[in-house]
Design a protein around this ligand. Structure first.
Ligand SMILES: C[S@@+](CC[C@H](N)C(=O)[O-])C[C@H]1O[C@@H](n2cnc3c(N)ncnc32)[C@H](O)[C@@H]1O
Length: 368
């Protein structure tokens, strides 16, 4: 793929900061949640970079280690293995140096920096596990390449075949869209694990074509990788074009809930999008964290799904997380119940007449 030569350490861009914020906030929750029950955790950064940016800003490996070390909720007995893979020697050396200078690593943390190719290194690791019939410890894999090659779907599928594995992938939708020509077909076929992406060539509208390319990748992750839930966050560059999508895949809806909260922190409009042009002061038309303008839409979606039925509050929560752009709040149920034409007609386990929805209660929706 034609690429400009990028120096060993390069300036950080606004969308990278947004990406790092998403990574950090998610790991703040992930390490303690997994650490509560697992004795071993693996954090894998497949395209680790040099560990820092031009003005000294932290790179993703440093962000991950800091988050683990500074987290007081983590048991000191939980063993955490950090695997950092970086193909460029100068960058991997730089990363090793920074790690040595900056951290006194606690005994429960084991760090490996590999100067190698992601595909090769992960394949060997998985071959080793398969030969022994061993399981992979709960793993969070951050795959953040410059382009779209070197992380074939075949390999992602093997990684995600392990039960407690989640991925956060920088998917270069903009590049894939630009390189839809015969000379890149082989590489893009490896990326998707299929040549179905060729259909995208028939779509004239750029936005729709990009959407098709994204959705196809999300679907392939679900089909091949077996992740049940996928959520993407769009990164838009200064020229207002989509640069990439940050795609998160998990098998657990609670993991998706945490990631949605994190993504909505970075983009409180609820659009799951960040634009370099507007930076962190984007103008919001729906502020999903502060206002309630989004609530009627969320309420309508719930009612459409559950009218005429009795369901638990937990099922409603799961539906909102997995099938709508919103987060679940009990206020949405109040909104459905306190109108002139109440959509909720009864709630079990209620001790008094207030609009409460106790955990485990069953909610019955009206017919119309
Ligand atoms: C976008 S940068 C990573 C930035 C880093 N994750 C961060 O957020 O600070 C991508 C890195 O992947 C490295 N790289 C490119 N191809 C690779 C491969 N096949 N295997 C491992 N590393 C690779 C590049 O040298 C580059 O440092």
């Amino acid at each position: 793929m034609p690429q400009k030569k990028i120096p060993s350490i390069w300036p950080i861009e606004a969308h990278t900061k947004a990406k790092h914020q998403i990574l950090e906030e998610y790991l703040k929750a992930w390490f303690p949640i997994i650490g509560r029950w697992a004795n071993r955790i693996v954090y894998l950064d497949g395209f680790a970079g040099p560990g820092e940016y031009k003005e000294g800003e932290d790179g993703s490996p440093i962000i991950a280690i800091k988050t683990a070390i500074e987290h007081t909720m983590l048991k000191p007995t939980t063993e955490i293995t950090f695997g950092f893979i970086e193909k460029d020697k100068e960058r991997s050396d730089n990363l090793r140096e920074i790690l040595k200078e900056r951290f006194e690593i606690p005994k429960n943390i084991n760090i490996q920096v590999e100067n190698s190719e992601f595909e090769d290194t992960l394949s060997k690791t998985l071959n080793g596990l398969e030969e022994k019939g061993a399981k992979l410890a709960p793993t969070f894999a951050f795959l953040d390449p410059f382009g779209y090659s070197d992380f074939p779907m075949e390999l992602i599928k093997r990684l995600l075949s392990y039960e407690k594995c989640e991925v956060l992938i920088t998917f270069m939708t903009g590049f894939v869209n630009r390189f839809l020509d015969p000379s890149h077909e082989e590489a893009i076929t490896k990326l998707y694990g299929t040549n179905e992406f060729l259909e995208a060539k028939k779509i004239e509208n750029t936005e729709k074509r990009i959407d098709y390319l994204l959705k196809l990748y999300e679907n392939k992750l679900k089909e091949n990788g077996g992740v049940k839930y996928v959520r993407s966050f769009e990164m838009v560059g200064k020229d207002n074009n989509v640069v990439y999508h940050l795609i998160f895949g998990t098998k657990h809806w609670k993991g998706l809930e945490v990631m949605k909260k994190v993504m909505l922190k970075v983009d409180s409009r609820g659009m799951y999008s960040f634009s370099d042009r507007m930076g962190f002061n984007q103008t919001f038309f729906v502020n999903i964290r502060e206002g309630n303008e989004w609530m009627p839409d969320a309420a309508q979606l719930i009612f459409k799904e559950f009218k005429r039925q009795s369901v638990t509050v937990n099922e409603i929560q799961k539906f909102v997380i997995t099938d709508t752009p919103y987060l679940f709040k009990k206020e949405i149920l109040k909104f459905l119940e306190k109108t002139d034409n109440p959509k909720i007609i009864s709630v079990s386990k209620r001790k008094n007449k207030t609009l409460s929805y106790p955990d485990g209660c069953t909610i019955t929706f009206s017919k119309e």
